[in-house]
Design a protein around this ligand. Structure first.
Ligand code: UGY
Ligand code: MN
Length: 246
């Protein structure tokens, strides 16, 4: 229907955006092979960070990033990927994640039909604080903590809670009917990917039906709220900038 009548749930506003699957268009980057990149968020929309969805083609392929001021967090949604950087190497399956510090050449060798999300951010150093080391793990090994006491809304914190890291990447899982307990308004920015289920996201003054596959951008101070709806839990992966003075 969307092709016929020009309809989409995608909405791009000044301080938030909802990017639905039906509008995705791939970018081609030099040296990438067998991997389609969808740049869902970037400074071009007003965000501080970039959020890329990478889908590997038949036979698999390679995505890569040159060394520089950018740090990366990679989360494997489906399939598997060997992640190689200057002095590290890890093979991750679905639910696996890795943080790779800035100043590393990064190569992502994915197998056929692998889908992964990358958060790409300029690292913010702090005087007398050493740079954060690489870290990897699996979401299944990280317990979901009740959010503000609500065991129907659980938060998994993938990266160490350690002020050397200037970003957090979390997974929030809600049972049907569970909500963010209040409308949050905060200085931190979010880039978000709906991993499963569905619900309604409030972004500023608008309420959007959202479902697995959708990406969302919330600029700093974007009022935000969520309710999970339907028969299954809803979960989303999101980025947040942390541990740095304004
Ligand atoms: O960490 C957060 O700010 C989170 N509670 N925000 C959100 O889920 N929109
Ligand atoms: Mn928030």
């Amino acid at each position: 229907m969307s092709e016929l009548f020009g309809l989409t749930r995608t909405r791009v506003a000044m301080r938030h955006a909802l990017i639905a699957l039906d509008g995705h268009v791939p970018s081609a980057f030099p040296g990438w092979d067998g991997a389609d990149a969808y740049v869902l968020l970037s400074p071009a929309i007003g965000a501080e960070i970039s959020q890329l969805l990478v889908c590997y083609q038949t036979g698999g392929g390679t995505a890569w990033f040159p060394a520089g001021e950018y740090e990366h967090v990679i989360y494997i949604e489906k399939g598997d990927c060997r992640v190689v950087w200057d002095d590290g190497d890890v093979t991750l399956g679905a639910g696996g994640f890795v943080f790779v510090p800035s100043e590393n050449v990064l190569a992502l060798h994915g197998s056929e039909n692998t889908r992964l999300t990358i958060f790409r951010k300029i690292y913010e150093p702090v005087d007398n604080l050493e740079a954060p080391p690489a870290v990897h793990g699996h979401a299944a090994d990280i317990p979901g903590e009740p959010f503000l006491g609500n065991d129907k809304a659980r938060l998994q914190t993938l990266l160490p809670v350690d002020s050397r890291y200037d970003l957090a990447v979390n997974i929030f899982t809600y049972q049907p009917g569970a909500t963010l307990p209040f409308v949050e308004t905060h200085i931190m920015e979010h880039g978000l990917l709906m991993l499963s289920g569905q619900g309604v996201y409030r972004l500023e003054e608008s309420y959007y039906p959202v479902k697995a596959g959708d990406a969302i951008w919330m600029a700093p101070y974007c009022p935000q709220w969520f309710v999970a709806m339907g028969d299954e839990p809803a979960s989303y992966l999101y980025y947040k900038d942390v541990h740095r003075l304004p």
